[in-house]
Design a protein around this ligand. Sequence first.
Ligand code: GRG
Length: 284
Amino acid sequence: MDKYIATIDKRLEELLARCHEPKLREVMTYAVLGPGKRLRPQLLLASCEGVSGGYSDAALDFACAIEMIHAYSLVHDDLPAMDNDDFRRGRPTCHKAFTEGLAVLAGDGLLSLAIEVMVQYLPNRHAVNALTSIVKAAGVGGMIAGQMSDILNEGKPISPETLAGIHRRKTGALITACFEAGGIFASAEEPMFEKMVKLGNVLGLAFQIKDDILDVTSTEKDLGKPIGSDAKNQKNTYVSVHGIDTAEAEYKRLCQETQGILDSLPVKTGALHELVTATLSRTK
Ligand code: GRG
């Protein structure tokens, strides 16, 4: 996967250079180019390459835009007004390394730069469809709505259905959008596109359940951030709602389902298989 990460990081650096305010660029760079997994842009590129055998410059820019949106969501999620976390990716969170004001602005800057990068490809049909998919996933029917429901339900007992709605919108929607955008840029036809969306949905849920499990079973050293932060913030998680045993069992079931969908896809490269398998066996 190194080939994707090096390409993504190089392009992210070039795109960040479009910000001519030096301090803003420095904080945005800290937020987006830190030691994260770059999972979402890799999923976009690997799914596009898997279907069509390659990816365009536009697909790479959309992959970078998704990573900027992801990084902004982490910066804002870590703020004192939200989860109030001091560490992420093994180093101080953005507001700790700089200030709260600069972290808010860097998050805003990353979101608007992401849109600017995608908009430059309009009115190309693929770009219109991928942009629609990504902004919907990141927006008021997706990640932001999921985060809102998460906050409103802190400390309250919630139903499994409410929890599923939080997970699907807060984390799953952006992961599914990676597959949708990958499929769009690869000109994937039905039923291939449908399968990719399904893969995104299942992987997105599995990813979040694993995140909930790791928050109680991992170590601060492995995670790069304090464990037990969900309990500290009275968050509803798959573990708090269903218990650790059910969470582990559901995670295992979702891994098998993911594998089944992957095996049914006539993909051209092994990169997507490799990436999804690595994601499912992640320990951080
Ligand atoms: C503040 C608008 C706004 C949204 C926040 C995504 C999100 C919504 C908050 C992040 C909180 C969180 C830890 C959610 C669990 C799933 C998740 C997004 C984990 C972090 O993603 P990774 O593991 O991170 O891909 P890296 O650092 O590797 O990029």
